[in-house]
Design a protein around this ligand. Structure first.
Ligand code: HEM
Ligand code: HEM
Length: 183
């Protein structure tokens, strides 16, 4: 088995670390809101849960802009993995997160707009280029894709947690230190 890099405590800039934790909190809230929505009685509470889902979801899309820019500028960063396969697996998982943080909000917005409903962000009406009957047949496939990928994201987060747990507590390479904010 090929052994290469050793652990490095200084992989990510403070901005990348803050963005990581901020967006992680948004992801968890976005998922909790939509998962709990169905348990709520029809009415205001359900509507609020869905609003939290859409507003934080669009927030993720906005946070993705600086995050992707920093990622392109700084590169992947030292993963600190000891084996090549681990490094590749991390690159795939992290890459999928980057795809998802753009694709999911876009699909979510389109799922609503192709149904000829409006989407607002903090009260501002988003432009809708799809509020035409011609787009209506795409509404259900787009919503289904959003929901399917959304459920897969839950699995991806589970894998991410398992990998962090493995590194932190089994391999003991202090992986969390690379994402620590503050001192
Ligand atoms: C709250 C639970 C989470 C924990 C404990 C956690 C922990 C970590 C740690 C320790 C790293 C550094 C790994 C390394 O460099 O080897 C990392 C990287 C990363 N995590 Fe998480 N994470 C969490 C949630 C999330 C979520 C929800 C996302 C979804 C966007 C995410 C996306 C990423 C990405 C893309 C990286 C690569 C570094 C970057 O480009 O910012 N994480 N995570
Ligand atoms: C990264 C951001 C997002 C994630 C991870 C995400 C994830 C999910 C998940 C897991 C579901 C439920 C799947 C199921 O019930 O099986 C869902 C449903 C939905 N999401 Fe999102 N979503 C995000 C952003 C958005 C945005 C920005 C919008 C719209 C502005 C949106 C609109 C919707 C809609 C309309 C549904 C269907 C709700 C229903 O009819 O029950 N999502 N999303």
């Amino acid at each position: 088995m090929t052994m290469d890099r050793v652990s490095s405590g200084a992989s990510y800039s403070p901005a990348r670390r803050w963005l990581h934790w901020g967006m992680a909190a948004f992801f968890l809230a976005v998922l909790c809101a939509v998962e709990f929505k169905d348990d709520l009685p029809k009415g205001h509470l359900r509507h609020i849960a869905m609003s939290i889902h859409t507003q934080l979801g669009i927030g993720i899309l906005l946070l993705a802009i600086p995050r992707i820019a920093l990622r392109i500028r700084a590169g992947r960063g030292k993963e600190g993995m000891r084996q090549v396969w681990q490094e590749r697996a991390a690159a795939v998982a992290h890459g999928l997160f980057y795809v998802v943080m753009v694709a999911m909000p876009v699909l979510g917005i389109l799922a609503i707009q192709t149904r000829e409903h409006e989407v607002r962000f903090l009260g501002m009406l988003l432009p809708n280029y799809f509020d035409d009957d011609a787009w209506l047949p795409y509404a259900l496939p787009i919503k289904t894709a959003h929901e399917f990928i959304g459920d897969a994201v839950i699995g991806l987060i589970g894998v991410h947690w398992a990998a962090v747990f493995w590194h932190q507590f089994i391999q003991r390479d202090d992986v969390l230190a690379r994402m620590r904010v503050g001192n």
